[in-house]
Design a protein around this ligand. Structure first.
Ligand SMILES: [Zn+2]
Length: 135
């Protein structure tokens, strides 16, 4: 299982993630962080989905290419991305056509995060990362 702990994020992103969650709560949006750090092994499993294993393709990032895979020089997690889902009446709202997703995206961007809902090639509505992340 990938981590959901904000303490596994890069310190700059941990601050922003906590501010983001607080702002969502202030605006009565119940938000759940579903993933912070993901190991290279977990990234490979995800990459295979829709290619070698059942399901739809959910990522184009190979192990080490995702901002979720970042580590400190000593190997401890320092993810530069996190994924979220809004909860409506306690249930995850995965349908990205729900306008709540645009609000969530705007809130993330107001804290200087890059929102993958804006990406042109492969939109990932749940995904936020530190701007400038490069493989
Ligand atoms: Zn992500």
């Amino acid at each position: 299982m990938a981590s959901r702990k904000t303490s596994d994020l890069h310190p700059d992103l941990e601050v922003k993630a906590n501010q983001f969650v607080a702002e969502c709560q202030r605006r009565n949006i119940d938000i759940l962080i579903t993933c912070t750090y993901r190991s290279n092994e977990e990234q490979l499993t995800l990459y295979k989905q829709g290619r070698e294993t059942p399901g739809r393709i959910v990522t184009n990032a190979k192990p080490g290419e995702s901002a979720h895979n970042c580590v400190n020089p000593n190997g401890s997690p320092s993810a530069q991305a996190f994924d979220v889902v809004p909860l409506i009446h306690g249930k995850p709202q995965w349908d990205a056509t729900d306008p709540v997703w645009q609000t969530v995206g705007e809130i993330g961007k107001s804290f200087g995060l890059e929102w993958a809902g804006d990406w042109v090639k492969f939109k990932e509505f749940p995904h936020f990362e530190l701007p400038g992340f490069k493989v």
